[in-house]
Design a protein around this ligand. Structure first.
Ligand code: GUN
Ligand code: FE
Length: 451
């Protein structure tokens, strides 16, 4: 891969409320896909390699960082949107488990995951934290496909050794742990994935949620996490009333006050923990999540559709407290593989929260939701030194957005005289994958509408 140079407009987040818009920028990406120079103004000097491939963005086009999807069930991609109005435990039993059970078939898993990963890449999701099903072989296949197609990913074999139908439940905690260890080792043996600092695809521990895991299983996973500084963990946390109630019944002492205490007692709460949903949160829950430096995967589409209720996570309060927050499609739990849909729903959910809190929790701005979808997600996955914006030294994960790519686009055609800020806002609020000409991960082109 030759070095690449991009001339044109660039939009990215510097911090939660701060968007940087550079109209005439130059980005230099080296052979390893690393950003080695970012020129923002005419009088800045940079070195452009002689053998570089030059890319000129046209008027109405701009680069944004790739989206980071912090919570995504890959095997649920074929069932997005199904089972609306069911409560979470019935939804798992009636809709989700039968779909995930199909991934016992490796050929089916391969075909489906090829489509799944391609679909998310096409939507500009350059990084995803995936739950696979409980099947070890399908999990290994998912990791291999992410690597082949060039998507940055965490891939986790789902652990579930109780409270699931016989046809999908794991036989024992010991089996589940052994297969998890094998999957972790397999992923780390994939080409280029042996060094955790540089791996494109990494393993992640994935206890489905405490309801589906025996104490022995949670203990074993906690031990694995404690023993390995590079291993992340993801689970569902305080998602719905029904789930919280069932968790308390299963762990009357440990979860009496908070699910945070329960997971903490198994050493599963720390800076590498990604907690999905976090919709029903007491002050104590929030304090613990902050104190233990866990990240929140906010899934506003899933929270307001499937699962039983209209749940609105207190994102403004999380941000006020300095809790790390990113966005998640949730795939099956929601209905979208588009991060743009999640961004919009995050705004709507935050407006609902503003009303519910009598104005105390202000709705999220465009700058803020875009941050959550990029740099915020990178923070949640502890990848902020590698991705999330176009800082020099980071990897070039990006979407090349074209606001002029045709009237068939769902986006309102750009009018003459729109500022770059307006073009960006229109894309975020009304654009879609047809506006993504190219998607890059680590400098490699991995998707896009143009050749
Ligand atoms: N809780 C346990 N499993 C799941 C799942 O697959 N999706 C959602 N949204 N919640 C869960
Ligand atoms: Fe989920």
């Amino acid at each position: 891969m030759p070095p690449k140079v991009f001339h044109g407009a660039i939009v990215h987040s510097i911090s939660l409320g701060e968007l940087e818009i550079a109209e005439n920028a130059t980005l230099v990406v080296n052979v390893s896909g690393e950003i080695v120079a970012f020129k923002k103004s005419e009088n800045q000097e940079i070195v452009v390699p002689e053998d570089a491939e030059i890319h000129q963005l046209a008027h109405g086009e701009f680069l944004i960082p790739g989206f980071v999807d912090t919570h995504n069930h890959a095997p649920q991609w074929p069932m997005r949107g199904l089972g609306q109005a069911l409560h979470i435990l019935e939804w798992l039993d009636q809709v989700t488990f039968p779909v995930e059970a199909r991934f016992a078939d490796a050929a089916y898993a391969r075909k489906t995951y090829e489509n799944t990963v391609s679909d998310f890449l096409r939507q500009g999701i350059t990084t995803a934290s995936y739950y696979s099903s409980r099947h070890a072989e399908a999990t290994r296949i998912l990791a291999e496909i992410c690597l082949e197609k060039g998507q940055r990913a965490f891939v986790g074999k789902c652990n579930m050794d109780r409270n699931a139908p016989e046809y999908i439940c794991e036989q024992s905690a010991a089996d589940s742990l052994r297969e998890t260890e094998e999957c972790v080792a397999h992923i780390r043996r994939l080409p280029g994935c042996d060094n955790p600092k540089h791996a494109l695809v990494k393993p992640v521990l994935t206890p489905r949620f405490a309801i589906c895991c025996t104490p022995d299983l949670l203990r074993g996973l906690g031990d694995m996490m404690k023993a390995d500084d590079d291993l992340a963990m993801q689970t569902h946390f305080n998602e719905a009333e029904q789930e919280i109630k069932a968790t308390r019944e299963l762990f009357p002492e440990l979860a009496a006050k908070s699910e945070a205490d329960l997971y903490e007692s198994y050493d599963l709460m720390g800076p590498r923990s990604i907690l999905a949903h976090c919709t029903i949160m007491t002050d104590y829950d929030k304090e613990r999540v902050k104190a233990l430096s866990c990240g929140v995967a906010h899934c506003p589409i899933a929270n307001m559709t499937v699962g039983g209720g209209f749940m609105v996570a207190p994102v403004r309060d999380f941000l006020r407290r300095g809790i790390k927050v990113g966005l998640g499609t949730d795939s099956g739990g929601g209905w979208a593989s588009q991060m743009l849909s999640v961004i919009r729903q995050a705004m709507i959910a935050s407006n609902a929260r503003e009303v519910m809190s009598q104005g105390q929790d202000k709705g999220l701005s465009l700058e803020e939701v875009f941050y959550l979808a990029t740099l915020g997600g990178a923070n949640v996955m502890c990848l902020e030194d590698q991705i999330g914006n176009f800082g020099v030294g980071k990897q070039f994960d990006a979407s090349w957005v074209s606001t002029t790519s045709g009237l068939d686009s769902a986006m309102t055609p750009r009018e003459d005289g729109d500022s770059l800020r307006i073009m960006f806002e229109k894309y975020i609020m009304s654009g879609d994958d047809r506006n993504i000409s190219h998607v890059f991960v680590r400098g490699r082109r991995v998707a896009g509408t143009r050749q």
